[in-house]
Design a protein around this ligand. Structure first.
Ligand code: NAP
Ligand code: ZN
Length: 367
């Protein structure tokens, strides 16, 4: 028996939940900093609902907007300074994975005036942090329910995650209506991310009885979208949006326990150097993951094929076309890129069959 788990976030997931549950904001103070990306917080309707809820409860706020995709440590640091300058007592993050992950770091920076932008990687878990409320607007990362924040180190340009008890929100508001404005390309990439989470969690050696249930639910919710992803015309019904968002949260519950596999680690390289969005970057390495699963855990792969009613060869073709990454690397380049992970990574260790430095070089060469 293994149902080991920890997920302390209070999830509130009904339509209109931000306004209906506005009283909850009051539990965290009278002043807050609202952290957003570019324009998505407004476009999605989440920002105006949030500000309406704060006004209703007489909470004053400052909005820090402009968190970039794959948020940098310096942006988060600057927002942390802003939180202190405005005496914020709590942080609200609104957006896709980027602003949500940024808000997690902002809550830490705000409570640690002696931190430099990269001190956030020096982990004393749990570090001091302000209370955090998240409002998701993409159906992908599941950051609403994970204790992980993925940040780009402003000095090196490299993506690196932090995790721990201080990276969980107190409250996550999950209203699928905010995902309805997500454009076609982002819908594709974020759905691939959710699918990658569900599959990687399912195939990881760290999977347990609970993550199997979460992954299976996520995969079945994603089935129709993924199998038809290459003819997706950008339109979805509300019901379909709700289904994708629910899938992303179930996949988030799964990776929160088991973590992800090597595709997530290698995907960072594609995002950092070739500007490939996170979901497509991770999906690029899924064919290699499926190949390894065939060899090292065929019964788990078979279970995924059964849920999808699609064999892994066909799935590989679908994912390759959807990820749409055409980059060729030489042996020397693959060696050089892989060197970064030479001392081992947890994602490699829990991948099917383990995943060595040599496997990593081969996977990059096979792109
Ligand atoms: P994102 O980077 O948050 O957003 C991608 C784009 O979609 C942005 O241009 C954003 O606009 C736009 N957008 C977001 N919501 C929208 C909406 N409702 N309507 C219209 N446009 C919208 O994308 P993401 O895939 O959700 O997050 C990716 C990040 O999450 C990566 O850094 C990845 O490493 C991380 N991640 C974290 C976890 C975790 O557990 N914490 C897991 C997986 C991935 P704006 O710029 O205006 O916001
Ligand atoms: Zn991901």
């Amino acid at each position: 028996m293994n149902i080991n788990s920890f997920m302390p976030v209070k999830v509130i997931s009904e339509e209109n939940c931000v306004i209906n549950s506005s009283k909850i904001f009051k539990n965290f103070g009278k002043r807050c900093l609202v952290v957003t990306g570019g324009s998505s917080a407004e476009k999605s309707g989440a920002l105006s609902d949030c500000l309406q809820a704060l006004d209703k409860e007489n909470i004053t706020y400052t909005v820090f907007s402009g968190v970039e995709p794959n948020p940098s440590t310096k942006t988060c640091y600057n927002a942390g300074v802003k939180a202190r300058e405005t005496d914020a007592e709590f942080i609200v993050g609104i957006g896709g994975g980027s602003p949500l992950d940024a808000a997690k770091a902002v809550a830490i920076f705000a409570a640690n005036p002696d931190f430099q932008h990269d001190s956030v990687y020096v982990r004393a878990v749990p570090s001091a942090h302000l209370p955090l409320i998240l409002i998701g607007t993409t159906a992908g990362t599941g950051s609403e329910v994970t204790g992980v924040s993925v940040l780009t180190n402003s000095d090196t340009g490299l993506k690196k995650s932090i995790s721990g008890a201080d990276c969980y929100a107190e409250i996550s508001f999950c209203d699928y209506r905010y995902t309805c404005s997500v454009p076609k390309a982002v819908t594709v990439s974020t759905a691939l991310d959710a699918f990658a989470h569900a599959v990687e969690a399912y195939l990881a050696s760290s999977a347990n009885e609970l993550t199997f249930v979460y992954s299976e639910k996520a995969i079945s919710l994603l089935k129709d979208f993924i199998l038809n992803i290459n003819t997706f015309d950008g339109t979805l019904t509300d019901k379909e949006r709700e289904q994708l968002y629910m899938a992303s949260l179930f996949a988030g519950f799964a990776i929160n326990i088991s973590g992800t596999d090597f595709p997530h680690t290698l995907g960072y390289y594609l995002t950092e150097n070739h500007n490939i969005p996170h979901g497509r970057a991770c999906a690029t390495f899924m064919p290699c993951l499926l190949e390894r699963a065939k060899k090292y855990c065929p019964e788990r792969l078979g279970a995924i094929e059964n849920i999808l009613d699609c064999n892994s060869e066909k799935l590989t073709e679908i994912i390759k076309q959807a990820a749409d990454v055409n980059i060729k690397l030489t042996e020397a380049q693959a060696q050089q890129i892989s060197a970064r992970w030479k001392n081992g990574v947890k994602n490699f260790d829990r991948s099917p069959g383990g995943f060595t430095f040599i496997d990593c070089v081969e996977a990059l060469k096979a792109l």
